[in-house]
Design a binder for this molecule. Structure first.
Ligand code: NIG
Ligand code: FE
Length: 413
């Protein structure tokens, strides 16, 4: 099956296969082709170019894109979309003055979601997560990472990871699974953190590895959750099973978690709302991708990750949603890109690089997605008629995507 997309007003993020991420000043450049064509064969992008140079016009299907642009799918490298129910009561409590930390200290927060998830069947959980995944696909996401971490018991963590495995099997798009057993300390272990870490290392990890349920390992490295020593233990234990670290760090406090994550060759460090010069220096010259989650900052009214500081230090930056019931009940990457421009002062070019190629890198998927590149998956979206690519962040809150393709197949009606 060959498809030919013609008269594309602008084909966005056209890259050679050797580009796996962009850093510093390069982030300000978004390569595009105006008045372009794109050829897809089965699942893959096989050719693209300017309309003037289009020779072979034969195809099983020809799609006219006049006035419209094609973007590579958003690559959302940080989500928690497998969860049960919602936390609207905490949302209202925060409107009325309680902080995220106060709610967590009162037994709400992650433990609230864990209680709900433990009581929910695997099938029910799958249905809830699949609906969210279908919704974010319609919003342009075409590669996604999903974490566990609302189970916090052996059985419930396995249940979450099995749900992610089913999503991988049933959805036509790359999905990566992250084991986040160390997301919060369950009430039963309140006075014995070491015993919970033992449970993760001695019981959860071997079972997860035996069923091949995770690609990555994560921990919430934060005051009141897990410290640098705990993080070192968990990351080292994960490594024994081939799980690469992606770490929740520096959301509320900076205390050395980034240097530690880099020392463990983390693929990404995520959140970074609080960032010191030492943290930036620790990231220089490494392969660890900093990941900002501006929709979380927006929802919790906490500081935004200092993108300008990161980019002017020559570092790369990725953008992701953090879609979860507590701190970010939204999986809309278009909103993330707009918020990065509006609140973090990223240019549209920087934000789009961060949400595509750099997001792909943060999932070890830059060889498959993240750009319009020959040989990559035909995961992209066609916009409505728009004046320029900057319209996506400029018209924040609007839905400017008309059609989504995953592996060359229409994923939306
Ligand atoms: O990334 N920060 C830790 N974990 C999630 C939120 C968890 C929750 O509140 O349910 C996050 O923001
Ligand atoms: Fe998160």
């Amino acid at each position: 099956m060959t498809q030919l997309f013609i008269n594309i007003k602008e084909l966005i993020q056209v890259r050679e296969p050797n580009i796996q991420k962009v850093s510093g000043k390069e982030m300000g450049i978004l390569p595009t082709l105006k008045n372009a064509y794109l050829r897809v064969e089965d699942e893959l992008i096989v050719d693209y170019g300017l309309m003037d140079t289009l020779q072979n016009k034969t195809a099983d299907e020809t799609i006219d894109c006049s006035g419209k642009m094609i973007f590579p799918s958003w690559c959302d490298s940080h989500t928690h979309i497998v969860y049960a129910g919602n936390r609207t009561q905490e949302f209202i409590d925060r409107i009325q003055g309680l902080s995220y930390e106060e709610i967590a200290n009162n037994g709400g927060g992650i433990l609230n979601s864990a209680k709900k998830l433990q009581e929910t069947s695997e099938d029910d959980l799958y249905q809830q997560a699949a609906k969210r995944l279908q919704e974010v696909i319609a919003l342009g996401t075409g590669a996604i990472e999903i974490k566990s971490g609302y189970g916090l018991t052996v059985a419930a963590e396995l249940k979450m990871l099995r749900v992610i495995k089913r999503l991988k099997e049933n959805f036509n798009t790359p999905i990566k699974a992250t084991f986040l057993g160390a997301h919060a300390l369950p009430a039963a272990y309140k006075k014995n953190k070491a015993a919970y870490l033992d449970l993760i290392i001695e019981e959860m990890l071997p079972k997860i590895a035996a069923e091949n349920l995770a690609d990555f390992i994560d921990i919430f490295c934060e005051i009141g959750y897990f410290d640098v020593e705990d993080t070192a233990r968990i990351l080292a234990a994960g490594k024994k099973y081939g799980l690469i670290p992606k770490v929740h760090v520096n959301q509320f406090n900076a205390f050395g978690g980034i240097a530690l994550s880099v020392a463990h060759e983390a693929l990404s460090v995520d959140h970074l709302e609080e960032l010191t010069q030492e943290d930036i220096d620790a990231l220089k010259g490494t392969n660890t991708m900093p990941v900002a989650l501006p929709a979380c900052s927006y929802f919790l009214s906490i500081p935004y990750t200092p993108a300008r500081k990161i980019i002017s230090a020559g570092l790369p930056l990725a953008l992701a949603t953090d879609y979860n019931p507590g701190s970010t009940p939204s999986g809309n990457m278009n909103f993330v890109v707009a918020t990065a421009c509006i609140k973090m002062k990223m240019t549209p070019e920087e934000a789009m690089n961060a949400a595509t190629i750099n997001g792909a890198f943060a999932m070890n998927l830059s060889h498959k997605v993240g750009s319009i590149t020959k040989g990559k998956l035909a995961n992209f979206f066609i916009t409505k008629e728009i004046a320029s690519y900057s319209f996506l962040p400029y018209r924040f809150g609007d839905h400017l995507i008309e059609t989504v393709y995953l592996k060359g197949k229409k994923a939306t009606r």
